[in-house]
Write a protein that binds this ligand. Structure first.
Ligand code: PLP
Length: 425
């Protein structure tokens, strides 16, 4: 096997060389690319280690002290530790760390507060919301009466007059705020005012920005939204998983919805890794990390604007940038594919009021959580924007030699910034 195999994959190679080879290939890919997908990150060695423990062997249906299987002496302590760390980091009264991922966490919210056919309100997917906020192909849009809000055409900001008017007209029981492609600060206070007016439960889905909230780089929903849903694997930089946090008032309903309402046994190895990530996120270093994510995103946005990229809402307040490539005379998909060939990984995305189809939209979505984890700072962002411009132009001219040139330059550029869990070449 190649020299660069990490200790873990070397061991894995003894047992399953075919699979180990694929893990090795993916590790090399992650270390040689500039990864700009805003929902992704690189977790620490400690988070990786916790994920690969014997805790995966244990069934623990129920909650600490109230389990359906024996032998929970230590698992109860693991889960309690994760819960206490979540409560302390986010300043919430209640936390449930068992949801398997963000989508099941949101389904548990539906189960806790709604019956099929009840009205829910959320941001529509093409405007920046998530599938689980009531989009029509999702169970949440098919089994519930989903009312969807968007952004204003002029400035791509949420129109709170529209949100209020829709809420008054449709009287949703639950209102979701937050999303997957929102480059601006979520104004939790304004949503809270509307939710109060119509007596709806406000759910802040902070999946994308949880790390920014924890690190003080985005306002907290605590005090505005009584229910908070988040993934743990995006800016929060933990394992793939999710949490539901709430005021004491909603604790029981949410716990019951997660188990036994929706799930069986929690993934204890993931719970352990969540506990590790929450401890990391409580350190001063993480505050610096969160601030640097935003500083990098602003620097990258400025550099892209200078190169004639058209940014949705004109820039960013957080970790995420949405660019409309219409002015570059290329669709989002061919641009994203060319950038991937050049070692710059991001995703094609709809932009608000996109005239093109969702599988061939006008935009690309990118962000800085991963490159910031690697140690890149503002000074590196102009170079990334320059490569993006070169590649987008090259893709339009079928100029594969430029794309190959950038790929080589990218590989050299990131080599001094190692990723956790992977040996330096
Ligand atoms: C990522 C995301 C989710 C879903 O998370 P999965 O773990 O992919 O199921 C839910 N809501 C928002 C806003 C997200 O960004």
């Amino acid at each position: 096997m190649p020299e660069s195999l990490s200790a873990v994959t070397r061991r894995l190679a003894d047992a399953d060389s075919e699979l180990a080879r694929l893990v090795e290939d993916e590790g090399r890919r992650q270390s040689e690319c500039i990864r700009l997908i805003p929902s992704e990150n690189y977790v620490s060695q400690a988070v990786l280690d916790a994920t690969g423990t014997v805790l995966t062997n244990k069934y623990s249906e129920g909650y600490a002290g109230r389990r359906y299987y024996e032998g929970q002496q230590f698992i109860d302590q693991v889960e309690t530790l994760a819960i206490e760390r979540a409560q302390s980091l986010f300043g919430v009264e209640h936390a449930n760390v068992q949801p398997y991922s963000g989508s099941p966490a949101n389904l548990a919210v539906y189960l806790a507060f709604l019956k099929p056919g009840d009205t829910v309100m959320g941001m529509s997917l093409p405007m920046g919301g998530h599938l689980t906020h009531g989009w029509n192909v999702s169970a949440t849009g098919r089994w519930f009466n989903a009312v969807q809000y968007g952004v204003r055409k002029e400035d791509a900001r949420i129109d709170f007059d529209e949100v209020r008017e829709l809420a008054l007209r449709h009287r949703p029981k639950v209102i979701f705020c937050g999303g997957t492609a929102i480059p601006r600060t979520i104004e939790f206070d304004k949503f809270a005012e509307i939710a109060r007016e119509v007596d709806a439960v406000l759910v802040a889905d902070i999946a994308h920005i949880a790390g920014l909230v924890a690190g003080g780089a985005h306002p907290t929903p605590v005090g505005h939204a009584p229910v908070i849903s988040t993934t743990t694997h995006k800016t929060l930089r933990g394992p793939r998983g999710a949490m539901l946090m709430s005021t004491e008032e909603h604790a029981k309903a949410l716990d019951r919805a997660v188990f036994p309402g929706l799930q069986g046994g929690p993934h204890n190895h993931t719970t352990a890794a969540i506990a590790v990530a929450l401890r990391e996120a409580a350190e001063d270093d993480f505050k610096r990390y969160a601030a640097q994510i935003v500083a990098n995103a602003k620097a990258l946005a400025d550099a892209l604007l200078e190169r004639g990229f058209d940014l949705v809402s004109g820039g960013t307040d957080n970790h995420l940038i949405l660019a409309d490539l219409t002015s570059k005379a290329i669709g989002g998909k061919p641009a994203a594919q060319a950038l991937d060939r050049a070692g710059i990984e991001l995703n094609y995305n709809t932009v608000p009021f996109d005239p093109r189809k969702p599988f061939d939209p006008s935009g690309i979505r990118l962000g800085t959580p991963s490159v910031t984890t690697r140690g890149l700072t503002e000074e590196h962002m102009a170079q990334i924007a320059a490569w993006m411009d070169d590649v987008v132009t090259a893709a339009g001219n079928e100029d594969e030699s430029t794309i190959a040139r950038v790929r080589g330059e990218v590989r050299e550029f990131v080599a001094p910034f190692p990723i956790p869990g992977w040996p330096t070449p």
